[in-house]
Ligand binder design. Structure first.
Ligand code: GCU
Length: 740
């Protein structure tokens, strides 16, 4: 043994001295996700398709340890583990995976394999207990029945409705397995802008097939519903939630669903938002609508995820509306209703403060909605690791129940008797071979699941785990790439919308800059959000002179945000209108701070390419080339953003871009020609690509018509797909950038 060790040591030394290259891994398209480095050690016994059989087969195939693994559903239930928790008991020659339920053991098996793959198995005897923080760890697919995906950038929807229920793609099971491996246990499979047809018998037969495939993996199906379904598919003349016929329609529909899918999760509802029907169409309230559905679901144990994403064109400040509409109903929702709140008060911007609603509805089951798909953060063209964004929200203190009432604690239900808790993420998945459209942003799917299980995990730990399982465990790879990923959200904030700027992207596609754009609806107009003028830039949300949105937060957040001196600089222009020559904490003027922050964003994005090139030996050629191409694109886009925003703001500030910043590569006029951004009236409904707006409700508008517009008044704009828009931008050659 000693001789062998000496031999290994000498061989390693020779390799190190000779600078011998690591062996290049075999090419992959990335379809196997974070299972990539799981080498099969045995052939699986043909598994009958039950949770127990899956758990056993995963161990038989992939467990490499010498210790025998025993999988045990506990006879004597252990309350501490709940439904989904598990315990791994390592005792020398044996590892025991214990849980109250079969699904708990499956989570335990994936937990054990994760420890194996990340070199984290304990050396001696040890017990590891894992219990998820949230009861429902949900995915929201914004998938339409025609297989387009709203805000999806990874191909078509996974669900092939035309082929279902007869033909079943193997991808459905792969998807369920991937979700189970990170603990995701609920999935709303259709768009919140819902087509009522999903509730017809024809579609429910198809949904049932998916539910049957997902069940052994512990994945419950939810459906997004169209509140006007009683009219659309029920033959009724109303969808009023207090009308007995409507109540009966939902009772019957719910019974029909449970007869097919006994473990159906419940309904996800977008009501009275962006043209969708809702109870307000009939003079009723969010509580009336949500409670009516909750009553239909209650006998079966189902729940309602009712979204708080509401705003209308009349509001002085869109950021305040969700609170204004929902706080009055605090305490009036049924126990099986959860109010699903986006992380920030506007809409998934690269940085927002938390939604104030998290600190204002103590008697309501609140849940967090995050966006995994990168609607505002470069689609699947940019590498952005989103966990730091989500974690920033979860860790923010609402102070609602005193210090320590973080968004995580509030949404986990720590201050409520009703322990119902949930979290949702809008997926970034499509039928692309690599699922997500960019190899590196698969991490966001993984990270979302890990976070939903344990909100305390750090971004570093999750990135570390993902890299080891998906690429390489070599520290020369892990260290630089992990660092790059962990910084990437901040980098994107810097080159897109730093210092609290928000909603200044091009309307419609939400990709690329458009600070000059105006819309007939002020709340879709970038100018409404940045308010740039000769006197400065930023949205005044203070109590004394602005919209007063700061007062929606509890103290001390309210006065911290309200006071320009104490407001965190990364949210400065969110809460304040600030003169161009305002002195920042580092002594720079606001204008120069903007210039240097954008500059840093470009430098960092360009730096990714160098970092990636250095780790080339550790990455297979296929994924290496794909990622490299995307990183080049990202660096160019960073320049595009910077040029556009600074040149436009300069028309107000009249201040020079400092000499030590890269000079803009294009004139403002050139940049404004890109795409069709100078539409006479701008803006599309909810930013939705034309032809994808499903039927609305009572107030449904013609397709392509902006919400709030008088019927028939909406201009039919020429539409551009993103690649064309981008190709119209003359190539950035980046000549002045060092080392490129
Ligand atoms: C954003 C997004 C829409 C989406 C909406 C929602 O406005 O642009 O496409 O429908 O959010 O969350 O409902």
């Amino acid at each position: 043994m000693k001789l062998f060790k000496t031999f290994v040591l000498i061989s390693a030394l020779i390799l190190a001295v000779s600078g011998c290259k690591v062996e290049k891994p075999a090419d992959t398209d990335g379809h196997d996700l974070w299972f990539h480095n799981l080498e099969q050690v045995a052939q699986a016994a043909p598994a009958s398709y039950t949770t127990e059989a899956i758990a056993q087969s995963e161990i038989d195939q992939y467990w490499k340890g010498k210790a025998a693994v025993e999988i045990k559903v506990l006879d004597q239930k252990d309350d501490a583990l709940g439904r989904d928790g598990y315990r791994l008991v390592f005792s020398g020659k044996k590892v025991s995976v214990e849980a109250n339920t079969a699904i708990g053991t499956l989570y335990g098996v994936y937990g054990l394999l994760r420890l194996q793959q990340t070199d984290a198995l304990p050396k001696g005897s040890k017990t590891i207990t894992e219990v998820p923080a949230y009861q429902y760890r949900a995915f929201n697919h914004w998938d339409n029945l025609n297989r387009s995906v709203e805000r999806g950038y990874a191909g078509k929807s996974l669900w092939n409705w035309e082929e279902l229920p007869d033909k079943v793609s193997p991808v459905y099971q792969e998807y369920a397995r991937a979700n189970a491996s990170v603990g995701i246990n609920a999935t709303a499979i259709n768009n919140v802008n819902a087509n009522a047809d999903i509730l017809t018998p024809e579609y429910l037969q198809k949904v049932k097939v998916l539910a049957d495939i997902f069940r052994p993996y512990g994945l419950k199906i939810f459906l997004s519903l169209n509140f006007a379904a009683p009219k659309h598919i029920g033959g009724l003349d109303t969808s009023d939630p207090l009308d007995p016929k409507v109540v009966q329609f939902w009772k019957d529909k719910t019974a029909e669903i449970y007869a097919l899918i006994p473990d159906f999760g419940g309904y996800l509802v977008k009501a009275n938002s962006e043209g969708q029907s809702g109870p307000q169409d009939y003079g009723r309230t969010h509580a009336d609508g949500a409670n009516m559905l909750a009553d239909a679901l209650a006998p079966y144990g189902g729940v309602v995820f009712w979204r708080a994403f509401v705003y209308d064109a009349q509001a002085e400040d869109r950021a305040m509306q969700a609170s204004d509409e929902f706080v009055p109903f605090d305490g009036q929702f049924r126990d099986n209703v959860l109010i699903q709140v986006k992380n920030g008060p506007i809409d998934f911007q690269p940085r927002e403060p938390i939604s104030p609603l998290f600190g204002q509805a103590p008697k309501t089951n609140l849940m967090l909605e995050v966006q995994i798909t990168q609607e505002y953060l470069g689609h699947s063209k940019h590498m952005v690791y989103l966990h730091p964004l989500w974690k920033e929200c979860l860790d923010t203190d609402t102070y609602e129940f005193g210090k320590g009432s973080t968004v995580a604690a509030v949404t986990e239900g720590k201050f409520r008797d009703n322990k119902l808790s949930a979290i949702s993420g809008v997926t970034n998945i499509g039928d692309d071979a690599n699922w997500c459209g960019h190899q590196m942003i698969q991490i966001n799917w993984y990270a979302y699941g890990r976070m939903a299980w344990n909100p305390d995990l750090s971004s570093e730990q999750i990135a570390d785990e993902w890299l080891r399982q998906t690429f390489s465990s070599d520290s020369k790879f892990i260290k630089p790439v992990k660092d790059m990923l962990v910084r990437s959200r901040e980098v994107t904030v810097s080159y897109e919308m730093p210092l609290g700027l928000h909603h200044i992207m091009a309307s419609n596609a939400h990709f690329g800059p458009g600070p000059w754009e105006t819309s007939y609806r002020k709340d879709w107009s970038p100018q409404f959000y940045h308010k740039a003028g000769p006197d400065g830039v930023g949205f005044d949300r203070t109590v004394a002179t602005g919209s007063g949105a700061t007062a929606q937060y509890n103290e001390p957040l309210a006065s911290t945000y309200d006071n320009i001196e104490t407001c965190p600089e990364n949210l400065l222009l969110w809460f304040h209108h600030v003169p161009w020559n305002y002195k920042m904490k580092d002594g720079k003027t606001l204008w120069n701070e903007l210039c240097y922050t954008y500059q840093k964003g470009i430098e960092d994005a360009a730096d990714y390419i160098k970092i990636w090139e250095k780790v080339e030996p550790y990455v297979d050629n296929q994924r290496y080339q794909e990622v490299r191409e995307k990183l080049i694109r990202q660096a160019k886009d960073a320049m595009w953003w910077r040029d556009a925003v600074l040149l436009y703001f300069q028309t107000f500030s009249n201040m020079p871009i400092p000499d030590d910043c890269y000079p803009p590569q294009h004139t403002l006029e050139e940049l404004q020609q890109v795409g069709v951004f100078r539409r006479p009236q701008g803006g599309m409904p909810g930013g939705m690509p034309q032809g994808q707006r499903p039927q609305g409700g009572q107030q449904a508008r013609p397709q392509g018509a902006p919400q709030g517009a008088p019927q028939g008044a909406a201009p039919q704009m020429p539409r551009m797909r993103m690649p064309e828009i981008y190709d119209m931008l003359p190539e950035y050659t980046l000549p002045s950038m060092p080392d490129l």
